[in-house]
Ligand binder design. Structure first.
Ligand code: NI
Length: 226
């Protein structure tokens, strides 16, 4: 006879697996760095952090998997679409209302909206998912994603005549046309100090250094100094 706990485990694994398959089919092949493999990496980062921080794994995994179901960057800045789609999916699987409400709240709060815009996560699970998402924006993968995203928006790779700006509002950040390299100064180099959990802060150190090294090499090569 299976115990209640193993039944519950099996139920949760079923929901997670179905959600992963659904998101994979929705986002596969997306070319701007918000594809299935981004979600996959965030999911893996989130599990690592959740285990260290004793967060609720089921909530964390579901939120990580659903966090980019409809990213605001691709829906004219509407950040209501993601939570709505996540809710429809989870209701379809008859997931508990308390779980659905928590997951939707996390998805709504998780996006980075500009250097001067504070997005404070309200729960431990939200903090874990936000950290996991931010970790995937930095380091070697972060560098690759940043250029992929800039390319998809038709932005210049770098233009020494355009200086980085710290966006003070969500609208300013959303409508920014600045070259991709500026994004390192407007967002990516700030992320290390914005991590919510000490586990993610440790993971961010190495990834941060990779970007610092990349930038100094980039500028040297730009002026023919290497
Ligand atoms: Ni994301």
């Amino acid at each position: 006879m299976p115990t209640e706990t193993s039944l519950e485990k099996k139920y949760k694994k079923g929901i997670i697996d179905q959600t992963a398959t659904y998101i994979k089919s929705r986002l596969e092949g997306e070319g701007s760095g918000h594809d299935w493999w981004h979600v996959y990496r965030v999911w893996k980062n989130a599990v690592q952090i959740a285990q260290q921080e004793n967060a609720d794994l089921f909530l964390v995994e579901l939120s990580a998997l659903l966090h980019d179901i409809a990213d605001w960057k691709f829906h004219d800045g509407n950040d209501e679409v993601g939570p709505m789609m996540a809710r429809a999916w989870l209701e379809n699987l008859s997931v508990d209302e308390a779980v659905i409400a928590h997951v939707c709240q996390i998805i709504k709060e998780v996006s980075f909206k500009g250097a001067g815009v504070i997005t404070k996560m309200q729960t431990k699970e939200g903090k874990v998912v936000q950290d996991a998402d931010r970790l995937d924006a930095i380091g070697a993968v972060g560098i690759a994603r940043t250029f992929a995203y800039g390319g998809s928006k038709g932005r210049e790779m770098y233009n020494p005549e355009i200086k980085p700006i710290m966006h003070l509002s969500f609208d300013e950040y959303k409508n920014s046309k600045s070259p991709t390299l500026n994004h390192f100064y407007e967002k990516l180099l700030l992320l290390k100090d914005l991590m919510n959990t000490s586990t993610a802060r440790k993971m961010a150190e190495h990834r941060h250094q990779i970007m610092v090294d990349f930038l100094s090499e980039f500028f040297r090569e730009w002026e023919g100094k290497v």
